[in-house]
Design a protein around this ligand. Structure first.
Ligand code: ZN
Length: 424
């Protein structure tokens, strides 16, 4: 009898290629270093925008946002102007595990809340609200609760105390490890996928601790990766010959120098207006608004045909887009260019959901974190975060196989790599 071909995937949310390269060669991640020595290890491009919900939805479906429908963490209801958070129910493309014949164990992939029935086990990643809707099959719930399973790090703690945050990060990691160990032998699976998301949280709060050896939390930062490397080694040791083993991240990370508030700029330049300037809420957007931004830097024209109170005619589209392009490309802070690239939607998306796609998406220059808060106080500033996402330097680590990889690797290729292997 032919042995089932198996796929084992470890996801590390937000971890850049350069960090894996450096921590593995520096001895912090010795298991990863050993795997790299006989694997393909390459930088990989994220989705645009490079946020987790878009990137992971693209990874699990192999589709682009105009096909799967997830364009960001937020969406604005065109009738009520309520800001909402799209979830797994909004995903319009099929995740790979629903196409396969075999059983899949999928742990902690972001944007898979609420769970729905599938062949195997699905435990939602962030943003998950209620654990009872985060576990399939539901019969697993008591076991996970007994293991003190945690869906996500409590980031609120990070805003109060970094010590409390690190404690919570560690407890969450331990619980995730216990869950994976329990599920490893739970079923005769074809795909086992385990995602660590604490890495993203840690790098948002403490990227500075990674770069600065004298930082109070430098060794805590490294310890988190040391522990994850331990799990990587443990899983790797249990592989069968011929299993496909892959490890990757959904986007990269770098030092954050400044947050830049795009809606401040749009308001200052007269594109975004409020009915009552003292009330800067989404519901209070004035009819005469021409454009606004949703996180991180997706620009939507306030079209008549799309929004209940929209005032932009299709015939005005081209001139507004040109004005916006000029505004964004010339933006400088302290003599530094802020926006690297202004993408029009048809340059980056294609599919049946083009009509709901943002009209422009901005990609920042190094160090600038673009934000779409309705903040009318300042163009730029800095809060607690010291790290931010990047587009170009996610990574892919793939144990030697005959799998052929495209030259410009991106998160959209992951599903095809899995299918190429399983069909071979
Ligand atoms: Zn992410």
């Amino acid at each position: 009898m032919m042995k089932t071909r198996r796929v084992i995937i470890i996801g590390l949310d937000g971890v850049p290629f350069g960090l894996i390269r450096d921590l593995s060669s520096a001895g912090v991640m010795p298991n990863t270093n050993a795997i790299i020595s006989h694997s393909t290890f390459r930088p990989m491009r994220s989705s645009i925008p490079e946020v987790s919900s878009v990137a992971w939805s693209s990874i699990i479906t192999g589709k682009n946002p105009a096909e799967h429908g997830i364009f960001g963490f937020t969406a604005l209801n065109p009738q009520s102007y309520d800001l909402r958070f799209p979830n797994f129910n909004d995903l319009k493309a099929t995740p790979f595990w629903d196409i396969l014949d075999g059983t899949s164990i999928i742990i902690n992939v972001p944007s898979t809340y609420p769970v729905r029935p599938m062949k195997g086990v699905l435990i939602s990643g962030f943003v998950s609200i209620d654990i009872r809707k985060s576990v399939f099959p539901p019969s697993l719930l008591p076991t996970l609760q007994a293991l003190d399973y945690r869906l996500d790090v409590d980031s609120e703690k990070g805003h109060k105390s970094l010590d409390l945050f690190l404690e919570d990060l560690d407890a969450t990691l331990k619980a995730r490890i216990n869950a994976y160990k329990y599920l490893w032998n739970y079923a005769d699976w074809q795909v086992f996928m385990l995602v660590f998301t604490g890495t993203d949280r840690l790098m948002h709060f403490l990227w500075d601790a990674y770069e600065d050896e004298n930082h109070q939390y430098h060794s805590d930062f490294l310890d988190h990766f040391r522990k994850i490397d331990g799990v990587i080694g443990e899983i790797y040791a249990q592989l069968h010959d011929g299993d496909l083993f892959m490890m990757f991240s959904d986007h990269g990370f770098e030092k954050l120098n400044s947050e830049v508030y795009i809606n401040y700029l749009l308001h200052r330049e007269g594109f975004l207006k409020f009915r009552n300037p003292a009330q800067t809420t989404w519901q209070n957007i004035d009819d005469s608004t021409k454009a606004f931004a949703l996180d991180p830097a997706r620009i939507y024209l306030h079209f008549k045909h799309r929004y209940a109170r929209g005032s932009v005619a299709l015939s005005d589209k081209e001139s507004i887009l040109k004005d916006l392009d000029a505004l964004f490309t010339s933006l400088e802070i302290d003599g530094k260019k802020v926006i690297k690239r202004v993408y029009r939607k048809d340059e980056i998306y294609s599919g049946p959901l083009m009509d709901t796609a943002p009209d422009l998406v901005l990609v920042s220059e190094q160090g600038f974190d673009l934000k779409a808060r309705l903040n009318l106080e300042q163009l730029y500033g800095k809060r607690i975060f010291t790290g931010k996402h990047t587009l170009e330097d996610a990574f892919l680590l793939l144990r030697d196989t005959t799998t052929s990889l495209p030259q410009n690797l991106s998160v959209f290729d992951i599903k095809e790599i899995i299918f190429q292997f399983l069909k071979a």
